[in-house]
Design a protein around this ligand. Structure first.
Ligand code: ATP
Length: 314
């Protein structure tokens, strides 16, 4: 990877947009103490995805934004754009921007990406924010005093396998995440097993309820049908009785309408009905009823005898 341009705006002491060109060969930045030479190298590491505010000589990451001076107000954001050419000769434009209260955002060739995508891009090119290729102040002393593991990391990066390490770390963290998810899933499944058992019990109860409800409904229907049949039979019997009664009433009416002996005899109404044949007819002294023509009724034909004697009269 060949870095050939760096643009800064609002980054540390670079309040105005500034551009650093890195031409082929050796490029040097010369200036008095405190003019911002180290800020340039920090800008390169920052745009490559540096996450440590301490290594940027700041208390917090937002401290990289121009803090203002007695004559200039502070800025709200800082932006660093790095132009490079990758090993395949393609142009690579990496941008990092930080705003107060909003954190950092990255873009690679105008496309929003994650911080770790940027780190991977530079790791594949055997460089990056923590690469020994970037030697900052005091770094030489660090390399001399480095532990074997740190030296090994430097050698691996020089050999171009740093990207593989980043990927391995990424894969390991994914594996850990998957393991944690698996453990959580097992917990959830244990909870679900208990729920399944409870739901099975409820389903059985519901089935039994449905079956019993059906049987109760069938029994109720049979009971209602039996009652209806009884009621229908009772109604039929009552109708038959009513018809018989009506017939008797009609018969009685016919009898009433027949010419009575009273009318034939021209008797006054209120007269007593003649007694049946063979019965002694006793006339009330006050009665105005005349004797039956042709017969005289006497009870005294034989003393002590109850036999009625009929004697023809006039
Ligand atoms: P030296 O040669 O002494 O190492 P240098 O040229 O590397 O100095 P730097 O250390 O890069 O200079 O820059 C330090 C300057 O940057 C200081 O003047 C400091 O005030 C200024 N500076 C750092 N952070 C900010 C900021 N957030 N806002 C404004 N100015 C800042």
């Amino acid at each position: 990877m060949q870095i050939h341009r760096l643009k800064l705006s609002g980054f540390k002491s670079f309040v105005e947009p500034a551009e650093l060109r890195i031409e082929p060969g050796l490029t040097g930045v010369v200036g008095p103490n405190g003019c911002g030479k180290s800020n340039l190298l920090e800008a390169i590491r920052w745009v490559m995805g540096e996450t440590s505010a301490k290594s940027m000589r700041s208390g917090g990451m937002e401290d990289v934004i121009f803090a203002g001076t007695s004559t200039r107000p502070p800025r709200d954001f800082a932006e660093v754009v790095l132009h490079a050419q990758d090993d395949a000769g393609d142009e690579l434009v990496v941008t990092r921007r930080i705003e107060r209260g909003a954190g950092s955002a990255y873009r690679v060739n105008g496309r929003d990406v994650r911080a770790k995508d940027v780190a991977l891009t530079f790791a594949d090119a055997a460089t990056g924010a923590h690469s020994p290729a970037l030697v900052s102040q005091g770094k030489i002393a660090q390399v001399i005093a480095a532990r074997p593991a740190e030296r090994r990391a430097m050698l691996e990066e020089a050999a171009g396998i740093a990207g593989l390490h980043v990927r391995r770390k990424d894969a390991e963290s994914k594996l850990r995440g998957a393991e944690a998810n698996l453990a959580r899933l097992e917990d959830l499944m244990a909870g679900l097993d208990a729920q399944i058992a409870s739901l099975k019990r409820q389903a059985k109860q519901a089935e039994r309820y449905t079956e019993l409800t059906g049987r109760i409904q069938a029994a109720e229907a049979r009971l209602l049908f039996a009652r209806w049949r009884e009621a229908a039979a009772a109604a039929k019997a009552a109708r038959a009785a009513a018809e018989a009664a009506e017939a008797r009433v009609a018969e009685a009416q016919k009898t009433v309408e027949m010419p009575s002996p009273w009318r034939a005899m021209n008797l006054p109404t209120g007269a007593t009905m003649p007694p049946p044949t063979g019965t002694a007819w006793r006339r009330s002294p006050k009665s105005s009823m005349p004797r039956r023509p042709g017969f005289a009724i006497s009870n005294a034909s034989a003393p002590g005898s109850r036999k009625t004697a009929r004697t023809p009269t006039g």
